[in-house]
Design a protein around this ligand. Structure first.
Ligand code: ADP
Length: 507
């Protein structure tokens, strides 16, 4: 099968959050299973180009339409983790992807609708006609209506379109004039059955357009798929999703264990495993070496070495992640004999400043460390060096960090919501428990749950060790989720063939 993924992020070279990990992990697994996979992303000036092999120009002068004019673009091709990636470089005077950042510009809508039209134009002009075009989040959502309303009319009609919702909070709301810029007759789409926003009738909603037009819509966990059918979690999109429920499914994200794995992790000073015979060593059980990484982390972050658990937290610092609960957890941990490490940054200046302020206040505390930027290596060290990992999200489509933490023997403490509820089960309340879970997003619930975890860590090290070993052995790889995507892709293609066959037999 030939599958083209079009996205705004790709790990490890263009990463903001989980979307980047998911595009890489899923594509790698599909490719390992023998499928032909291509990825298209923008050629951001801040790409980590050391991660690209054999980067070369693929197409020099690809013209693309925008706002009544045609503009030059260069399409590059290179290899990332053995996957073929096309990088789109516009030569529009607005320098859409030369902004030293991935997101957060005032004209993000224009940057990504330009990218969407151009990505499709590239596939069409180069006669690249895959079985599936897989789109991710609002940034590439415009491709679904463009494909069915414009490119189908000129004979580009083989691929089926899959749209994945990684977070329904972000929908790409814009004006009718934005659709005009990419060549659609904007007003035609400002209707409830097409792209009109469900909350603001004057707005166009790109994510809604993809839900309406795509052949199939997925989201990143079964529980989140149920949640976003309700007003509490749907951000206004619940009615549209309910309407298209028959082409909507939740598939849990996987973890790429060739990248997130304490047995082979490229960023760790030593490797460890819960298995008797780990992948890269002949030594017997090496779980004890996790303690070495813990002290390595402490040394790196100038934290005291003593008998205490380290609680880790790695998150984009946005309200969704339970900002106040993170702060409260930190206070509780240091008052109760633990240490706390936070790695996170915020796209919202007031939140970033707030955490900077807190960091300064705690500067002399040797049991706390705040790293308020994006740092891949430190993320790996925190997963490996921490004993517990807190994810107190208000909502969480899937969440990768709790699954990564489990693989590194760091016990997750999570709120029961979205994908967290699909992956973490309470040790004290469920037979197959692998962590600690609380229901309500309150400081009391956070305290009570941390207290339970601390009690076990301080008083019953054997139980704790068994908990670690159990968690490290759980399979959250892409193997099963990628099979679910493949089943879905196959059904879409077969459906099409069946329809064609029927037409032929009628004729
Ligand atoms: P989201 O997609 O909402 O950001 P996920 O849990 O799905 O949340 O994915 C987060 C990913 O981003 C994980 O791989 C996590 O390690 C990583 N991450 C988040 N913040 C940072 C940071 N400041 N530095 C390094 N990695 C980070």
């Amino acid at each position: 099968m030939h599958i083209v993924h079009i996205a705004s992020e790709l790990a490890p070279l263009a990463k903001v959050g989980g979307l980047a990990d998911v595009v890489l992990g899923l594509c790698r697994e599909l490719s390992w299973k023998g499928h032909d996979v291509d990825i298209i992303i923008p050629k951001y000036d801040c790409l980590d180009s050391s991660q690209i092999r054999d980067l070369a120009i693929h197409t020099q002068d690809l013209m693309s339409f925008y706002n009544g004019e045609w503009f030059h673009n260069t399409i590059w091709v290179g290899w990332v983790e053995n996957l073929k990636v096309y990088f789109i470089e516009p030569h529009h005077p607005r320098n859409f992807f030369n902004r030293a950042c991935f997101y957060g510009c005032d004209d993000d809508i224009e940057r990504y609708i330009y990218f969407s039209r151009l990505a499709l134009e590239f596939l069409y002009k180069k006669a690249i006609s895959p079985d599936i075009i897989h789109l991710h989040d609002w940034q590439t959502a415009a491709i679904a209506p463009l494909y069915y309303e414009m490119y189908n009319q000129i004979g580009y009609n083989k691929p089926k379109i899959v749209f994945s919702i990684h977070n329904i909070e972000y929908q790409g709301k814009c004006g009718v004039q934005d659709l005009e810029k990419i060549g659609l007759v904007g007003h035609d789409y400002l209707t409830a059955d097409k792209m009109q926003d469900n909350l603001n009738p004057k707005s166009i909603n790109l994510a809604k357009g993809a839900i309406v037009y795509a052949d199939f819509v997925t989201t990143v966990s079964p529980n989140y798929a149920k949640e976003i059918l309700t007003p509490e979690f749907g951000f206004g999109m619940e009615s549209t999703l309910l309407l298209y429920q028959n082409k909507f499914l939740g598939i849990i994200n996987g973890i790429d264990y060739s990248y997130w794995n304490p047995e082979i992790d490229r960023y760790l000073p030593v490797h460890y495993s819960s298995r008797e015979f780990p992948l890269n060593k002949k030594d017997r059980n090496t779980l004890e070496k996790k303690a070495f990484v813990k002290n390595f982390l402490r040394e790196k972050l100038c934290m005291t070495e003593n008998y205490s658990p380290i609680v880790g937290c790695i998150a984009r610092l946005v309200p969704q992640k339970g900002i106040e609960l993170i702060k409260h957890a930190m206070q509780f941990v240091i008052k109760n004999g633990g240490q706390f490490v936070l790695l996170g940054s915020s796209p919202i200046p007031s939140i970033q400043e707030d955490f900077m302020h807190l960091k300064n206040q705690l500067a002399d505390h040797s049991g706390v460390h705040f790293a308020l930027h994006h740092q891949e290596e430190l993320a790996h060290l925190i997963f490996a060096g921490s004993d517990m990992f807190i994810v107190p999200s208000l909502f969480e489509p899937c969440g990768l960090t709790q699954m990564i933490a489990l693989k590194y023997g760091s016990i997750p403490i999570v709120r029961r919501t979205g994908g967290l509820a699909d992956t973490v089960f309470d040790i004290d309340n469920e037979t197959d428990g692998n962590g600690y879970v609380f229901e309500e997003p309150t400081t009391e619930a956070v305290e009570k749950t941390l207290k339970r975890a601390f009690e076990c860590w301080f008083k019953d090290q054997e139980k704790w060790r068994n908990l670690m070993i159990h968690g490290m052995g759980i399979d959250f790889s892409w193997n099963k989720p990628s099979d679910e995507y493949l089943d879905l892709y196959k059904k879409l293609i077969t459906k099409e063939n069946d329809q064609n066959n029927k037409t032929i037999s009628i004729v």
